[in-house]
Design a protein around this ligand. Structure first.
Ligand code: ADP
Ligand code: MG
Length: 351
């Protein structure tokens, strides 16, 4: 059952709509990410759910109740922000205890809950420290403990890891997922980092200009983006415009210029005139290795860059430029003629 539901919600700043007829539902116990470029409305959505902002239209339901006008202090939600916003003059213990004291919980009960939460975030023994004596990752864990200790009905994260360095970000996202699953807390997680969202979410909502373009399991979005926007955002940077399409039952037959392609038919995916494919999924080879035919283009290497594991080539073909990655010892030369094979199961049609 859905715990949280936004129905046709609109939010405007200065008569300008940021969210318009926005819909989102989240199953109990799930972690859902809002993923999208800066300015697409992720924080606005989170602020609306938290209660910092009121919708001009629409309905917000939570646990079967109408929460649209429920004030922020009556929503038992926990927040973790990018800037951890710890109280600098309070110890770790007092920072975590803050919400419990506000709720007039008894001191011995506070002690028990704070100490057990310190264990959950692996900070046992740090209770007397002050925030300035903690690393960035430790501070963020205190912020998470502070949000969790009130046993929130919903946990809201807004780019919680963007101030941490790369290694710590990876460790912390594993921690967040572990804690969230252990406690079974329904969570909305905002980030502009694709890998971060994909790695920890049950569902990802890809947002563009105040709307959700696609909401799916991470593995589905990764393979089957529905729109050009989603495709570009997750790294499908090769596109083909087709002029003709035939439905052949289990696949589509497509034509672009003088070239012919097959694309696998995927239930639920758009039927359009635009194909998309990842640089990793195009197979590059010499003229001897790949024969001309359907799903094959011949082109010239224009740019070659070394990516570490592989080389990346920009190849000029009759249908435009394509970017392809290939693991190899000796790279192709600039100007060399090669062929590109577009496997039909990797070529997806997008809106
Ligand atoms: N307080 C505000 N007043 C006016 N416009 C705002 C305000 N907050 C955000 N916006 C605008 O709303 C849009 C969405 O912002 P935001 O939700 O913060 O995006 P994101 O978190 O995805 O980067 C942006 O165009 C931003 O400029
Ligand atoms: Mg934001």
């Amino acid at each position: 059952m859905d715990l949280l539901q936004l129905d046709n919600v609109s939010v405007a700043y200065d008569q300008q709509y940021i969210l318009k007829d926005f819909n989102l539902s989240i199953e109990k116990g799930h972690l859902i990410s809002l993923l999208g470029p800066s300015g697409c409305g992720k924080t606005t959505t989170l602020r609306l759910i938290a209660g910092f902002l009121e919708a001009t239209d629409g309905k917000f339901s939570f646990g079967g109740q109408d929460y649209t006008r429920v004030p922020i202090n009556k929503r038992n939600f926990g927040f973790v922000f990018q800037s951890y916003a710890l109280f600098p003059h309070m110890s770790v213990f007092d920072n975590i205890a803050f919400g419990l004291r506000q709720r007039k919980v008894k001191e011995d009960e506070i002690k028990r809950r704070v100490m057990s939460m310190l264990d959950v975030v692996s900070l046992g023994g740090f209770e007397k420290r002050f925030p300035q004596a903690l690393s960035g990752g430790q501070r963020q864990r205190v912020a998470i403990a502070r949000a969790l200790v009130i046993e929130p009905d919903l946990l809201l994260f807004d780019e919680p890891l963007s101030n941490l360095d790369a290694n710590l970000r990876v460790n912390m996202r594993v921690e967040i997922r572990r804690i969230q699953q252990e406690l079974g807390i329904t969570t909305v997680y905002v980030s502009h980092d694709q890998e971060e969202c994909f790695s920890i979410s049950d569902r990802v909502a890809v947002m563009n200009k105040g709307i959700i373009e696609q909401l799916d399991k991470p593995s589905v979005i990764f393979q089957y983006p529905k729109s050009e926007f989603v495709a570009r955002f997750i790294g499908f940077n090769n596109f083909i415009d087709f002029q003709e399409r035939e439905d052949e039952g289990s696949f589509f037959s497509l034509r672009s210029g003088d070239d012919h392609f097959h694309a696998a038919k995927v239930p639920g995916m758009p039927v359009s005139m635009k194909g998309a494919i990842r640089p990793d999924d195009i197979i590059a080879g010499t003229l001897e290795e790949i024969q001309a035919g359907d799903n094959v283009l011949t082109g010239k290497v224009k740019v070659s860059t070394y990516l570490g594991r592989s080389y990346q080539y920009v190849v000029v073909t009759p249908l435009g430029e394509f970017t392809v990655n290939k693991e190899m010892q000796q790279p192709y030369l600039s100007g060399q003629e090669i062929r590109l094979l577009f496997p039909s199961e990797k070529l997806v049609l997008v809106e």
